[in-house]
Design a protein around this ligand. Structure first.
Ligand code: SAM
Length: 356
């Protein structure tokens, strides 16, 4: 009902093998990694997005015979927006242009697979295979140099690793309630990050209930990622074991939106005024996506006096359209929907700015 005519295409894509990309480990011997991945005829989708931004600059140059700044180019991407929205998009695209993330994917329709990652001469794995739609929440978080960052539900650690790859985090707190999943996070850090980059001062792994974070460290972080537990739609469709749609887990499933909203409220309380939070799920469900964001915004204001504003991310649809398929009708946030030619996602992400 939610997707109407789009559903048959989404359904068949969910039932078909998911596409992976390779997030390059910037801490490994990068030149070798880039050569190896380049030889596979895969392309870095982040730099392709950066090309889209500069192409726009060039096009505008021809029109106006003047050098167009990234700021002005972004205005072309955001279309009819008010001043505040234009400034947001401008800032976001400008930092996207400088992103250090490198992530290879095969082009649309190419279903080749990447070989397993190998260790480089320093013993670090060369790349991390992931559904690269997972990088969009990290890119949307827009971590700037020197930021302190909280990753509230971090395990097994794909997004934590991507946050570290930005090389902008002064301090990263990576938390996950599950101790067994946290040990996977530890393993990822050991395999990809050199010892001197994962000292206690730089990366701290904890296993608290994230819902308590608003009381534990209020108004502290510059950026908070809230990548909540959800129905993991693609996984749930194909895996029988411990399936969240199983009858014995009905209660737990029904409680998910409440739990997600509590986690998001905790994240909104943990970020400093002026700081930003990204909420994300790998579900298609409006109840776990837009509805949770809207509810958490109300709760944060009424119960804690924390006021936030959702941010416009529609420029992502334009910049990343060669790689991902986006749903066009989210009330807030953006949703990557699976498609046979670009079988990533689902991935919903929404950015919120804490005003006070
Ligand atoms: N961000 C991770 C990544 O990119 O690899 C994936 C996170 S997964 C979608 C959601 C995680 O939330 C699970 O690992 C789960 O253990 C954790 N979780 C569930 N309830 C939690 C809570 N109350 N506090 C913190 N983490 C929680």
């Amino acid at each position: 009902m939610q997707f109407g005519d789009l559903w048959p295409s989404i359904r068949i894509s969910l039932l078909t093998e998911q596409k992976y990309g390779a997030l390059v480990n910037n801490f490994a011997h990068k030149e070798t990694v880039l050569n190896n991945l380049g030889a596979l005829k895969a392309k870095d989708f982040v730099s392709e997005a950066q090309n889209v931004i500069s192409l726009l600059q060039t096009q505008n140059n021809l029109d106006t015979s003047e050098k167009m700044t990234v700021d002005e180019a972004s205005l072309n991407l955001v279309g009819e927006k008010n001043n505040a929205e234009q400034t947001q998009a401008t800032n976001l695209l400008s930092s996207l242009s400088n992103s250090k993330l490198t992530c290879f994917t095969f082009s649309r329709g190419d279903i080749s697979r990447f070989p397993q990652s190998r260790s480089d001469c320093f013993g670090l794995l060369e790349y991390y295979l992931m559904d690269v739609a997972s990088l969009l929440p990290v890119l949307a978080l827009d971590v700037q140099h020197g930021h302190s960052v909280l990753d509230l539900c971090a395990a097994p650690g794909g997004k934590t690793l991507a946050l570290l790859q930005t090389e902008n985090c002064q301090h990263l707190a990576a938390n996950d309630l599950s101790t067994s999943r946290s040990s996977r996070l530890h393993r990822v850090l050991h395999s990809y990050v050199p010892r001197d980059q994962r000292t206690e001062q730089k990366v701290q792994v904890t296993s608290w209930d994230g819902r308590l974070w608003g009381d534990m460290e209020a108004s502290t972080y510059d950026r908070v990622l809230v990548d909540v537990p959800c129905t993991t739609d693609r996984h749930s469709l194909l895996e029988e074991e411990n399936n969240i749609f199983h009858r014995i887990r009905t209660k737990q499933r029904q409680m998910l939106p409440l739990r997600q909203a509590e986690l998001l409220v905790a994240g909104l309380r943990a970020v400093r005024p002026g700081g930003e939070v990204v909420y994300s799920t790998c579900s298609l469900s409006q109840l776990q996506n837009e509805c949770v964001v809207e509810r958490a915004v109300e709760l944060a204001a009424s119960d804690y006096g924390v006021h936030v504003k959702t941010q416009d991310l529609s420029c992502f649809r334009e910049v990343f359209k060669n790689t991902f398929n986006f749903f066009q009708d989210c009330r807030v946030g953006e949703l990557v929907i699976p498609h046979l030619t670009a079988n990533f996602g689902p991935m919903f992400f929404c950015k919120l700015l804490r005003i006070k």
